[in-house]
Ligand binder design. Structure first.
Ligand SMILES: Cc1cc2nc3c(=O)[nH]c(=O)nc-3n(C[C@H](O)[C@H](O)[C@H](O)COP(=O)(O)OP(=O)(O)OC[C@H]3O[C@@H](n4cnc5c(N)ncnc54)[C@H](O)[C@@H]3O)c2cc1C
Length: 396
């Protein structure tokens, strides 16, 4: 490498957090010439026990990151899907081909480990530092780089300049708490969610099942395993463990009880659902960009949290180039992304509302309404979701 090449290569971007948002940002920035380090405090990226639904807007983000086809090869394409009642009756039933014609791509379902693995493999060799915690000690300005302190597993602390910092440190973001002191803090979403991946169970049809304050999702994966999530509203009381959850859903239609019976308790994830009421007024402070859940953790009912994190990273790579005035380019990125993520957060919260209803009268009316409008529900749903799902990444 000549001296000139060495100089042009030194545009340092530090990404804090190796979740979907951090990895996507790292890949996008590296593809556009940044010298990227992704710092993750966990010693392994292995996410246990959960699948992920990747909507068409995120599939296009993965294309922009160069891993769209590799993801399609590993994923199950959504086929028949819909909303059901606990007794198995369909409220809304559709086929993914219909959604594909509206949104331009299919929804993909895969194990989180597969998505995270593909993103991590797309990073430049050596860019990922596991078992290391990073702290922004100075967010920098247009004329001064940011400062980041990292501490590795051996306790060695290093302080370094960065031309760009991406804070992808999740809903509990210490970066947001410190440098966006007036940003809204996380609040409860009013329910607790369980997630797990079962052993192979053939013939499962993808669906979401709405009960009274309980929602279960059943998503077949390409290899025959099934990703299952169940959320239980606080109003009906969160079960203390999986056995209590199994008992609550014992009379739900096949294969729900069988799927719950097959899960290895040690791999099930249980989380109280929390979200941010709104994104901060700006997603940028100095040279630091907030992405993913750190900026816009949303309720999972629309399955868009990870999808928006992928979009964040892709747009960041396209809009903030190494030779740009970084602080100014970041502000433009924030102006583009903030309205988008705020809109998706609002829609997620709106969809969540009826899933928390527990009164027999309200849920009976809700279900009757959905059944009565039948295919119209699908059409109305498609109309509401079109702006979310039809999103296109910026042209390179
Ligand atoms: C029940 C449920 C179901 C969901 N289903 C879907 C779905 O189907 N589709 C979808 O798109 N989204 C879904 N989501 C949302 C999605 O999981 C999140 O939006 C997404 O994982 C956020 O990614 P992230 O990278 O922003 O944050 P995180 O995944 O939280 O990653 C943050 C990372 O930062 C690391 N970190 C934190 N602080 C530091 C530090 N100081 N130094 C170094 N590392 C640090 C953490 O260890 C962590 O690995 C769901 C969420 C839930 C709760």
């Amino acid at each position: 490498m000549t001296r000139g090449e060495a100089e042009t290569a030194r545009h340092i971007a530090v990404v804090i957090g190796g979740g979907i948002g951090g990895l996507a940002s790292g890949v996008a920035l590296a593809r556009h010439g940044w010298d990227v380090t992704v710092v993750e405090r966990a010693t392994s990226l292995d996410p246990v026990g959960a699948g992920i639904v990747v909507a068409p807007n995120a599939v296009r983000s993965l294309d922009a990151l160069g891993i769209g086809d590799a993801t399609r090869d590993l994923a199950a394409l959504q086929g028949e899907f819909g909303l059901r009642r606990p007794d198995g009756r369909w409220l809304v039933r559709g086929r993914a081909e219909g959604a594909e014609s509206v949104f331009g791509d299919r929804t993909l379902m895969l194990h989180r480990a597969q998505l995270v693995g593909l993103l991590a493999d797309a990073l430049p060799t050596g860019a990922l530092r596991l078992g290391t915690t990073a702290t922004v000690t100075d967010p920098g300005t247009a004329s001064r780089p940011a400062r980041v302190t990292t501490t590795d597993g051996a306790g060695t602390t290093t302080e370094a300049d960065a031309d760009l910092v991406v804070a992808a440190d999740g809903i509990g973001s210490a970066t947001r708490t410190r440098w966006w002191p007036s940003a809204p803090a996380p609040v409860s979403g009013g329910s607790t969610a369980w997630r797990f991946v079962t052993p192979r169970v053939p013939g499962v049809v993808g669906s979401e099942i709405w009960g009274r304050g309980i929602v279960a999702g059943v998503m077949p994966l390409a290899d025959g395993r099934v990703y299952v999530y169940v959320s239980v509203a606080d109003a009906v009381g969160a079960p203390r463990g999986l056995d209590e959850l199994r008992a609550r859903l014992a009379d739900w239609h096949d294969p729900v009880p069988a799927l719950l019976a097959s899960v290895d308790d040690a791999t099930a994830l249980r989380h109280e659902l929390r979200h941010l009421p709104a994104p901060p007024a700006s997603l940028v402070t100095g040279r630091v960009a907030l992405v993913g859940d750190a900026a816009h953790a949303m309720l999972p009912n629309l399955g868009q949290g990870g999808c928006q994190a992928l979009e964040d990273g892709v747009v960041l790579g396209a809009r903030v180039r190494p030779d740009d005035d970084v602080a100014a380019a970041l502000l433009r990125w924030s102006a583009e992304r903030r309205p988008r993520v705020a809109q998706v957060m609002r829609l997620s919260a709106r969809v969540s509302g009826p899933t928390l209803w527990t009164s027999p009268a309200a849920t009976t009316l809700r279900d009757a309404g959905m059944r009565a409008v039948g295919r119209w529900t699908e059409a109305l749903g498609a109309r509401a979701l079109r702006p979310v799902m039809s999103w296109q990444p910026p042209a390179d």
